[in-house]
Write a protein that binds this ligand. Structure first.
Ligand SMILES: [Zn+2]
Length: 302
């Protein structure tokens, strides 16, 4: 039986409800000094606000060593009634100190598999996806090592591989490496941030492989491409790829949280979804928030 691995339990894909397919409850990085997502009460209030907008599931793409607070996720999920999926994996090297990276050398795949099957640290909370990251139009040695390890962990567990594309670029290189070289089936790859590089031709090339395309991270002053997203999604739907599209909020800073005055998680359902529905209809938007994530994240864990 295929199920989505949440922080509480393995859940049938049909029971996820409305899913934010890429977001963060907790996130720390030297790159986010002063804006880290660390606060437990703020995370809880944000989840409650998402729930009040009709949200049912949040997939947290925070990988290894970036302040996931895995041990706190089950209580948060229980208290708010929102399913939460945690991630293993590794971000770009700029998010880590040398010591952390040195400690992982040669054992990345092993760490990913352990976090998917046994638990993150000694929390007992298991991850449900592997998050990795590319660079701006390129894949450096760190990204290649990380993706090779992610592919190995995928082959051992079946877990999906979710990819941060820097400014939405590098998708074809990522697919070459993960799928062609490392044998991950395209439908087990989720490419994130495609809204930041709204090139319809590349989008169609990517979609033709069968991978999932995530349109995540709306309402950013420094990625002001929101207005192009509905047309990009419509073009993909018209080309027959509606079943491969996902939506996410990708809240990455404290001031972006709705409970701290930003748009936050509820914004995805309050404004992004209705705007998108004007372009592609309620039915497809509903599928992008329910059936598609159910399929993208469900795994036969046995
Ligand atoms: Zn993210």
């Amino acid at each position: 039986m295929s199920a989505v691995r949440t922080v509480l339990d393995d859940v049938a894909p049909g029971d996820l409800g409305v899913c934010d397919a890429h977001d963060h409850l907790f996130l720390t990085s030297p790159r986010l000094a002063g804006q880290e997502l660390r606060s437990l009460p703020a995370a809880r209030a944000e989840l409650e606000a998402f729930r009040r907008q009709g949200g049912g599931t949040v997939v947290q793409w925070t990988p290894y060593g970036m302040g996931r607070r895995a041990a706190d996720l089950p209580a948060l999920s229980r208290a708010t009634g929102v399913h939460v999926v945690a991630a293993t994996g590794l971000h770009q090297d700029v998010h880590y100190d040398d010591e952390t990276l040195a400690g992982l050398r040669g054992r990345l795949a092993e760490v990913f598999v352990a976090e998917l099957t046994e638990g993150i640290g000694n929390s007992g909370v298991r991850a449900g996806l592997i998050k990795v990251a590319g660079g701006f139009h390129t894949l450096d040695a760190h990204a290649r090592r990380t993706m090779a390890a992610a592919a190995e962990a995928h082959h051992a567990t079946g877990a999906p591989v979710a990819v941060h594309l820097e400014l939405g670029t590098g998708a074809l290189d990522v697919l070459d490496l993960l799928c062609d070289t490392s044998g991950v089936p395209p439908h087990r790859v989720i490419l994130g941030h495609l809204n930041r590089s709204p090139d319809p031709v590349t989008h169609r090339q990517i979609a033709r492989t069968g991978c999932y395309l995530a349109f995540d991270g709306p309402s950013r002053a420094h990625h002001a491409t929101d207005w192009r997203m509905p047309d990009a999604v419509r073009a993909l739907a018209d080309a027959g790829h509606g079943d491969r599209l996902l939506l996410g909020g990708d809240t990455t800073t404290a001031s972006a949280r709705s409970v701290d005055g930003g748009p936050g998680m509820p914004y995805l359902l309050r404004r992004v979804a209705p705007r998108l529905a004007l372009a592609v209809g309620d039915g497809l938007v509903r599928r992008m928030l329910t059936e598609n994530p159910g399929r993208a994240f469900a795994v036969d864990w046995s």
